[in-house]
Design a protein around this ligand. Sequence first.
Ligand SMILES: [Fe+2]
Length: 238
Amino acid sequence: MSGDRLYFRQLRAGRDFARVNPIAAQMVNFVYLIGDRQSGECLIVDPAWDVDGLLEIAERDGMTVVGALATHYHPDHVGGDLFGFDVQGVARLLERVGVKVHVHREEADGLKKITGLSESDLARHDSGDILEIGQQRIEFIHTPGHTPGSQCFLVNGERLVSGDTLFVRGCGRVDLPGGDPEKMYESLTQKLAKLPDETILYPGHDYADKPTSTIGEEKQNNYYLRIKSLDEWLRLMR
Ligand SMILES: [Fe+2]
């Protein structure tokens, strides 16, 4: 069974790694390690803040990092300049390990600009692409709105790593450059809300009183998934 072999860790900046960084502790980003225990390989989702510390965690678990997944190009997720503060990220990862950064096609140029990576560092993806790691299967779902190339990762059809698109009881901002309220509404209602209710939600930040939820629970309790029409949504978000 792939479930027994699944390696999946949710790590919070400022608590599980980057412990001495007060900004990391304030931003409460989640980083995910996803892999296959038998093959000993894992991917790292949104490596930022303390890449060496993250690699150490994977290594301690006996896992080798074979790739990075980027939910979107904001510096608290992939590194770069955050309000004048230099956040470590994918550029540091590539100094340490020779892997690709998997990014949505529409986010690739922005990612290069923010992180200084070159085209050969990237693997560009479309929605629906599948990445297999050992027996684990990761589907890429394009969810524009927070940024043009935001994407979520559906692991074995059961766990959704949602970046800054969907949070426990919240959703990502649409008022930052590249944000698009209309696309966010479509991503939330036409894509994420259509996943099975039992899908477990793993968001990009620890903003709520608990670190995970389910799609079913969010459909019941998340204000942003309960808005009935695009008109109503746009009135609220603009
Ligand atoms: Fe973001």
